[in-house]
Design a protein. Structure first.
Length: 151
């Protein structure tokens, strides 16, 4: 049976199933519906969720993560604001991580906000500090997660 499965796999006709080990995931997100979404996507992994800057700093200081997901707008008043509120948004965490090179060095950082302007500012700060970070709008996040951490 193993010979047949091996032959089918080599011909591209077999299905390769490889379980990955659980990973540690951090999410900065204020929307409880998205908390559920992330919980479902990372079932079987270690998941920590923060909904504010203070809790995020605490978790990121105390733990090591394989993946970090950052939202920008963390308060209802941020959603359609015409001014920036850098101290209470995901930008504060991006800047904080950029200034703390010893923390989360090997993490993959994805900024998943729908706020493209805020996301680009976050990604620029992280990349300027030598971090690997990218902007993935939330509607496209499911596919990106599959690409990086397929089960």
């Amino acid at each position: 049976m193993d010979l047949v499965r091996s032959l089918l796999t080599r011909l591209g006709l077999g299905k390769v199933i490889a379980e990955r080990h659980p990973i540690r995931v951090f999410v900065l997100e204020d929307d409880s519906r998205r908390h559920e979404w992330f919980t479902k996507r990372f079932q079987g992994d270690y998941l920590d969720i923060a909904d504010n800057v203070i809790k995020a700093k605490e978790l990121l200081s105390d733990n090591s993560y394989d993946a970090i997901f950052l939202d920008h707008d963390l308060q209802p008043e941020h959603y359609h604001a015409t001014t920036t509120d850098d101290e209470r948004t995901g930008y504060a965490i991006a800047l904080w991580l950029a200034n703390k090179p010893e923390l989360q060095r090997a993490s993959t950082i994805l900024v998943h906000t729908r706020n493209a302007d805020g996301a680009m500012r976050m990604v620029e700060e992280l990349r300027r500090a030598g971090r690997t970070a990218e902007f993935v709008p939330f509607p496209m996040l499911k596919e990106r997660i599959k690409h990086y951490w397929q089960r």
